[in-house]
Design a protein around this ligand. Structure first.
Ligand code: SF4
Length: 306
């Protein structure tokens, strides 16, 4: 067997930023320390912090007044900031700066009284957060091309769009092409909202799909970018599976595989891929492992006041 490790491995800059914020807050304030929603969508990262005494909450009612609260990498709507301030919580905002950029675009569209089409998965924390920056009467959710076709907006309406940062690049491209056809005054952001980390990881999995006959995507099932990697692998013709814990991999799936790719979501610690590789090599000690240069530079976002 040959094993191909994806070019992109380890945390993206936004995840590294959020994880560092929790680590520094733990050092400075100790426990109890509260995090609103999972800091990133990865069970290993979350369980590691739980073991250190961090409390994760999905409702601010469960947080005592004046406590320290960290908002997760996915961002929150303005109403959550207001609620936290009313409880006199000390807020540390770990929202990824690339998600904040989308919030800013959304605010600009609303300030210009522009109908805002929010492309994303309804119910995902990032999408709920971004929706909060759009005036309710101007907000239109879409998840796919059918939703776009069903929009009740005139072709000459004042329309803009923002997207979730972790969508499929191919599907988003298709939806934006349709929006361009449907709305002649469409406002187009300067840069794609699908972030560099999502794009790099999807490009790397397309490369694996060409080389391999099976792809293992390390990541948690509630991680959007992890799910998009599996879908991308399959769209490009290669059976792909998501595995959160390396010990959960059913090794019999690899019996007839000649070339196996391994990739990981943007919130997966590097050691998980190492463990996955070690587990496979234990059964296939003669497997040849191929690696590639990682295109990502070590970008670091400025930390907020902690
Ligand atoms: S996947 Fe992109 S938007 Fe999400 S945390 Fe990473 S860099 Fe930020």
């Amino acid at each position: 067997m040959e094993i191909y490790l994806s070019r992109t491995q380890g945390f993206c800059s936004g995840v590294a930023h959020a994880v560092t914020i929790v680590e520094k807050a733990l050092e400075k304030y100790g426990t109890p320390l509260y995090v609103y929603h999972e800091i990133v969508h990865n069970t290993h990262v979350v369980n590691n912090f739980k073991n250190k005494g961090v409390t994760f909450v999905d409702d601010l009612n469960g947080v005592p007044d004046k406590a320290v609260i960290i908002f997760s990498a996915h961002g929150v709507p303005p109403s959550t900031f207001i609620e936290a301030k009313q409880k006199n919580l000390y807020i540390i905002d770990a929202t990824c700066p690339l998600v904040k950029r989308v919030h800013y675009q959304a605010m600009q569209l609303s300030a210009a009284q522009c109908h805002t089409i929010l492309i994303g998965h309804k119910g995902h924390q990032e999408v709920s957060g971004t929706a909060g920056y759009v005036k309710p009467e101007l907000l239109h959710f879409v998840q796919d091309v059918n939703d776009i076709k069903n929009l009740k907006l005139a072709p000459d309406a004042n329309v803009g769009y923002v997207t979730q940062t972790t969508l499929s690049e191919d599907e988003t491209h298709e939806m934006i092409s349709l929006l361009k056809k449907q709305f002649k005054n469409l406002r187009i952001p300067d840069q794609s909202d699908v972030c560099y980390a999502t794009q790099n990881r999807q490009n790397a999995v397309k490369e694996l799909a060409q080389l391999c006959d099976f792809i293992i995507v390390c990541g948690s099932s509630n991680s959007s970018n992890t799910n998009r990697l599996k879908e991308t692998g399959e769209r490009y013709g290669t059976k792909s599976i998501i595995i959160d814990n390396p010990e959960d991999l059913n090794l019999s799936l690899l019996e007839k595989i000649k070339k196996c790719g391994i990739t990981s979501g943007a919130s997966v610690p590097y050691y998980i891929v190492d463990k996955m590789l070690a587990r496979i090599l234990k059964t296939y000690p003669d497997a040849v492992v191929h690696t590639f240069d990682n295109p990502e530079k070590n970008t670091q976002f400025k930390l907020p006041p902690i």
